[in-house]
Ligand binder design. Structure first.
Ligand SMILES: Nc1ncnc2c1ncn2[C@@H]1O[C@H](COP(=O)(O)OP(=O)(O)OP(=O)(O)O)[C@@H](O)[C@H]1O
Ligand SMILES: [Mg+2]
Length: 220
């Protein structure tokens, strides 16, 4: 589904090149559930952003369904990202002024849909993540675990093939972390959603089908 060949990524600070990814080869198949582990600063988020089409590699080949995407324009990339990929982050990134329901509807604003259709789809996902009764709460009126559920519903609302979760349990206690993991595992099992989870937690990683480790800019 997604294949990276010899991906390099450097940041340039004050004219100085800092290589972060140094020849990453990575393949994700339909239905995978992969944990990505590695020390702080090893490039996990950088790699997730590249996998998620949020950032460009400095060099290397990115293929989506066997098609190389290097030549795509940024609006084509945005369209692909919107259709294929859902993101979940450690700090949830919900908009504070919007209700849970409105936050989940957000990704649908770019689609050709009526407000009623958006609402219906958003409600379906909120029910799926167990947030049926809290749809009119704002993020500040929800616990961390509840906010992450809303963020997962938002990631799911466009029916993405892939969920990229960057330390989704990093801000949660052990019990709430497990609930969020159970939700992700359930999605992977019931719907075949392909999932990549960045985690520092061996216990979280051990629940994934595969574990990939990054060290010094390379996968091991
Ligand atoms: N926009 C940027 N500009 C310059 N350097 C950056 C930028 N983003 C990341 N870096 C550097 O790239 C390296 C990898 O960062 P990255 O965020 O990918 O690490 P990480 O593995 O996700 O770490 P953590 O576990 O702490 O989240 C770090 O040294 C970081 O300072
Ligand atoms: Mg990170």
């Amino acid at each position: 589904m997604i294949e990276l060949n010899n991906i390099h990524k450097s940041y340039f600070l004050a004219g100085q090149e800092e290589p972060v990814l140094k020849g990453i080869n990575f393949k994700m198949n339909d239905g995978d559930m992969i944990a990505l582990m590695g020390p702080s600063g090893s490039g996990k988020s950088t790699l997730m952003n590249i996998i998620g089409l949020l950032d460009h590699p400095t060099s290397g080949i990115y293929k989506l369904n066997n098609t190389e995407i290097a030549s795509f324009e940024s609006d084509q990339l945005a369209e692909l990202r919107n259709r294929y990929i859902g993101f979940v982050f450690q700090s949830f990134f919900l908009l504070p002024r919007l209700t849970a329901l409105q936050n989940v509807m957000l990704p649908l604003l770019y689609r050709n849909m009526t407000r009623e259709e958006m609402k219906k789809l958003a409600m379906e996902k909120l029910i799926k993540v167990g947030m049926k009764d809290l749809t009119h709460h704002k993020p500040s009126q929800l616990s961390g675990g509840q906010q992450q559920r809303v963020a997962i519903a938002r990631a799911l609302v466009g029916d993405p093939k892939v969920i990229l979760a960057d330390e989704p349990t990093g801000a949660l206690d052990a019990k709430t972390s497990q609930e969020v993991m159970d939700l992700l595992i359930g999605l992977n099992q019931a719907e075949g959603t392909t999932i990549v989870v960045v985690t520092h937690d061996e216990d979280v990683a051990s629940q994934c089908k595969k574990v990939t480790r990054i060290r010094d800019g390379r996968l091991i």
